[in-house]
Design a protein around this ligand. Structure first.
Ligand code: FMN
Length: 241
């Protein structure tokens, strides 16, 4: 059986005879950071786990966790998970680089969180401002049932303390790589998701990636258009039961 995916895989192959060499339009380079200037900003403290878990132990313990205790995580833990998954980690020659690699350092993935149960943080939908290491509040209120329904009814999204949601802003990467960008965008999301999975283990939290979702239901919860920016995957995080 062949379909659009097979066609995509074939038509976006690089061959020695087929490497696109178009000129980059620097004036049209999309912004690296999405901002919600009207939103209420929530400061996130920097947080260092006081007894860091070794990478070897973290790798041995990582597994998908789908059952969570009905207990909140702390705002500091959330702050660390946001930074560890996709935060700014160094500046070189004026360029901000992040904890996860990204093709061409174009960083097409945005991070939103559905907060179900975090100490000192109102329930609701937030956008992570990577540059400022702040949360931007988009919608206050309870979204646990809505996000679980949008994940094909997977209850872990309702019982998790927080659900990370990762959409791609496609033009950021297409600007340079054209249609091949989609390969890189999916890979970028995977790197961020694995960073989150390992960081969760290192804080004795559990997480499970979620790829089974109704794209436009999730997009509607975030308030994004599903065309320029559309969800790729999510992860539920909480205290393992
Ligand atoms: C891209 C991707 C999407 C996934 N989607 C789901 C999902 O929607 N629901 C779920 O329960 N697990 C999901 N998982 C978790 C896998 O089922 C899990 O990683 C796999 O069974 C291996 O188990 P482990 O993670 O415990 O090692 C997903 C994992 C990945 C990488």
């Amino acid at each position: 059986m062949s379909g659009i995916g097979d066609k995509f895989q074939q038509e976006t192959k690089y061959e020695p005879s087929r490497i696109p060499r178009h000129k980059l339009l620097w004036d049209a380079k999309p912004a690296l950071y999405k901002e919600y200037p009207e939103s209420q900003k929530i400061e996130l403290s920097s947080f260092d786990p006081n007894q860091p878990m070794s990478l070897d132990r973290t790798l041995k313990q990582r597994k998908s966790v789908r059952d969570f205790r009905q207990q909140p995580i702390s705002k500091e833990q959330l702050s660390y998970l946001l930074w560890a998954s996709t935060g700014i980690q160094r500046v070189e020659d004026g360029h901000e680089f992040r904890t996860a690699p990204s093709a061409g350092a174009l960083y097409p993935i945005e991070t939103y969180v559905i907060v179900n149960d975090v100490i000192d943080l109102e329930e609701g939908v937030y956008h992570y401002s990577i540059k400022a290491h702040q949360l931007e509040q988009l919608k206050p209120g309870q979204f646990r049932q809505e996000i679980a329904a949008a994940a094909l009814g997977q209850g872990m999204c309702a019982t998790a303390a927080v659900v990370f949601v990762w959409p791609g802003v496609f033009e950021r990467c297409k600007w340079k790589y054209g249609q091949r960008a989609y390969r890189y965008i999916y890979l970028d999301a995977g790197h961020i998701a694995e960073n989150l999975a390992l960081a969760s283990v290192s804080l004795n939290l559990g997480s499970c990636e979620v790829g089974a979702l109704y794209d436009n239901q999730v997009n509607a919860i975030l308030g994004i258009d599903g065309i320029e920016e559309s969800v790729l995957c999510m992860a539920a995080v909480g205290i393992p039961s």
